[in-house]
Design a protein around this ligand. Structure first.
Ligand code: MTE
Length: 314
């Protein structure tokens, strides 16, 4: 497989550091920088060198403070501010991702090696959470398809299963007597969904290594699906024949399906999915935006579901 190394990348394709610095200044100047320097695992770590992606949206970015302080990461508590406080305890280096199952070349990849040997792109994507809010986030990552090609899936592989780290000693939510979910957090995609060029493994945001609360050191981002599909802090990726279980589908199958494509015409049983609130655009009373089918990515992904009843396969 042809892997583009930094020396092959045209200087014009690299997002200049000044762009990130300008963004940070827009987002709160010195306070923003101090906050960035305080990220667990990233203090002193080099910022990431990325190339631009044609798949990025040009919508206004959600401020870095919002992206890194309003999170869902139930291993660290269910309150939105809990992950930013408690995820510091997760040790993210060294970190490996085991890739196994129905593949010709099973492997265990170190995240550092993946970063060195992949073409990192800045992908500015919307993330639409099933709870009704959305953000626009400058992720840094590489195509999931690139990793999949390295391990050579067998013809019998139809689905890809993902698993988050299972570390009760570092994840307070896993120590609870009344666990919110059946740990470890697991997710899945159909192989053709996983191969779609929009699906990425993110290792950074805003040009720096991922903060722990956003899923350090490596997380999935599937922009046309509700946010819960974008599993954080991945330790294992397995290729399987049958549709794998997912955490939220196990928990409440009538509320969270396997596909979880953003779909304004399929309501959650307890609330509508027709509109969303963009984080950072003002308080609870700000006008909500209409939610777009497949979160606005229909042109790239709708064909994956042709002939399927998306009310049944929600
Ligand atoms: N991954 C794990 N392991 N645990 C979680 O609780 N929450 C999901 C997803 N990935 C979650 C997870 C949900 S519901 C959302 S909306 C996104 O992460 C939020 O990502 P963000 O906090 O980076 O915005």
């Amino acid at each position: 497989m042809l892997i583009r190394r930094p020396s092959d990348i045209l200087p014009s394709e690299i997002t200049p550091r000044s762009v990130y610095l300008n963004r940070r200044q827009l987002m709160g100047g010195a306070a923003g920088l101090a906050f960035a320097a305080g990220f667990p695992g990233s203090s002193g770590a080099a910022s990431l060198t990325t190339v631009k992606s044609p798949f990025s949206t040009d919508e206004k970015l959600t401020g870095r403070e919002d992206v890194t302080s309003y999170n869902n990461y139930y291993e660290f508590g269910v309150a939105k501010e809990a992950p930013a406080t408690y995820a510091k305890s997760l040790k993210t280096t060294p970190w490996t991702v085991k890739v196994d199952g129905l593949v010709g070349k099973p492997a265990e990849f170190s995240v550092d090696d993946l970063i060195k040997t992949s073409t990192l792109e800045e992908r500015i994507y919307r993330l639409r959470c099933v709870e009704g809010w959305s953000m626009v986030i400058p992720w840094d990552g590489f195509a999931l398809a690139d990793l999949i090609k390295r391990v050579e899936p067998l013809g019998s592989a139809k689905y890809v299963a993902f698993e988050t780290a299972n570390r009760p000693e570092e994840m307070p939510g896993l120590q609870s007597m009344f666990p919110v979910l059946d740990w470890p957090y697991v997710e899945g995609l159909r192989l053709d969904e996983a191969m779609n060029p929009l699906a990425i493994l993110a290792v950074g945001l805003y040009g720096d290594p991922l903060p722990n609360q956003n899923g350090a050191p490596i997380r999935l981002v599937v922009p046309w699906k509700y946010g819960f599909k974008s599993i954080k802090s991945i330790t294992r990726i397995s290729f399987v024949e049958k549709q794998p279980e997912t955490s939220w589908n196990r928990q409440a199958s009538d509320e969270y399906g396997f596909y979880a494509n953003v779909n304004p015409s399929v309501d959650h049983p307890r609330w509508s999915q027709k509109t969303e609130r963009r984080i950072g655009e003002g308080g609870l009373f700000v006008k909500r935006r209409p939610t777009l089918p497949f979160n606005g990515y229909a042109e790239q992904v709708a064909q994956l579901y042709s002939g399927m009843d998306l009310r049944k396969f929600y």
